[in-house]
Design a protein around this ligand. Structure first.
Ligand SMILES: Nc1nc2c(c(=O)[nH]1)N[C@@H](CN(C=O)c1ccc(C(=O)N[C@@H](CCC(=O)O)C(=O)O)cc1)CN2
Ligand SMILES: [Mg+2]
Length: 296
């Protein structure tokens, strides 16, 4: 069986077109556009490329967008002062601090300093708490992208056995929380596996929907997948470079073998990654509407 490809890149494009029309309508009717600042501390090449992609997308959608690059040795106090400036800036609806931050900066303290109403990553404890009780203002971008991809591709989530491999604050924990909630695109039975799980394969083999964010290249092999499962691969691992210097990427799932067993699978690249950036734009549009009291 050759699995159907869940092309996040295509779905993301569709959503961006919807958002672009929404932004144009807001501009025409209310004279406002969403404002997004992305703050990058240091020169991590992957982070540089992600914030570039975020800025490019924001620009294409007609946002007011600011890229704020800071040196790796920026003090915690200066970063807090910078965030405070954007918290108070009426042109800015969404503030994103690219992670990871350099060593020595307390990530939790930084995330806590972002105005929860401008926290378009949904990493502030207020937004994490709202998600937990099923009343989110913003959904974290990668989990929101996964859920949207599952919904738009028609994967049955209601009552499904979902197994998540990985328990990070960015992906594993929030996607588990989202899919176990009551409501559309949820109502699943969720199991979370992690580095101390005794028999990961026992769990993954039972999954109707398997979400892998293990951070280990090709961690999930074909024999760990239930025939007909929907497989979502969140991993982005650079395993080498082509002769012309392009990055060779692999996911956390052994793609070829998994495709023989699964009914549907996300590719890497072009699966979950592009959805992440698009969901950030969706959150920023929402933030702008809230800040301007726009109800439609
Ligand atoms: N503040 C945040 N920091 C980080 C987040 C986040 O959501 N907010 N997530 C990740 C990185 N990330 C976005 O920031 C991200 C990762 C991957 C992709 C993506 O499109 N991947 C492509 C491959 C691109 C490549 O590396 O060549 C794909 O999978 O097709 C987008 C965003 C950690 N930090
Ligand atoms: Mg504004």
């Amino acid at each position: 069986m050759a699995a159907k490809l869940l092309k996040g890149a295509d779905v993301a494009k569709e959503i961006r077109e919807e958002l672009k029309a929404e932004v144009e309508a807001m501009k025409a009717k209310y004279g406002v556009v969403p404002g997004l600042v992305t703050i990058l501390v240091g020169e991590n090449p992957a982070s540089q490329s992600y914030v570039r992609a975020k800025q490019k997308t924001a620009h294409e959608l007609g946002f007011y967008s600011v890229q704020d690059n800071q040196p790796a040795d920026l003090s915690e106090d200066k970063l807090l002062a910078l965030i405070d400036k954007y918290n108070k800036d009426p042109k800015i609806d969404g503030i994103l601090v690219q992670l990871p931050l350099p060593k020595g900066v307390d990530e939790n303290k930084i995330l806590l300093s972002i105005d929860p109403g401008k926290d378009v990553d949904a990493f502030h404890p207020v937004n994490v708490g709202k998600l937990m009780i099923g009343k989110p203002d913003y959904l974290p971008c990668t989990p929101a992208g996964i859920q949207e991809l599952l919904v738009r591709s028609g994967a049955p989530i209601e009552g499904a056995e979902v197994v998540v491999v990985g328990r990070s604050n960015i992906v594993g924990k929030p996607i588990a929380m989202m899919l176990m909630q009551k409501g559309k695109g949820a109502n699943a039975t969720v199991t979370v596996c992690h580095t101390r799980t005794k028999d990961v394969k026992f769990h993954t083999k039972r999954a109707d929907i398997l979400i892998v964010a293990a951070g280990v290249t090709e961690y999930v092999t074909g024999d760990m997948i239930k025939p007909g499962a929907v497989v979502i691969d969140v991993g982005v691992n650079e395993v080498g470079k082509t002769a012309d210097g392009k990055r060779i990427l692999k996911g956390d799932v052994a793609f070829e073998a998994a495709s023989e067993v699964a009914s549907a699978i996300t590719p890497v690249p072009g699966g979950v990654g592009p959805m992440t950036i698009t969901m950030l734009m969706k959150n920023t549009v929402r933030a702008c509407k809230v800040h301007n009291n726009i109800k439609d």
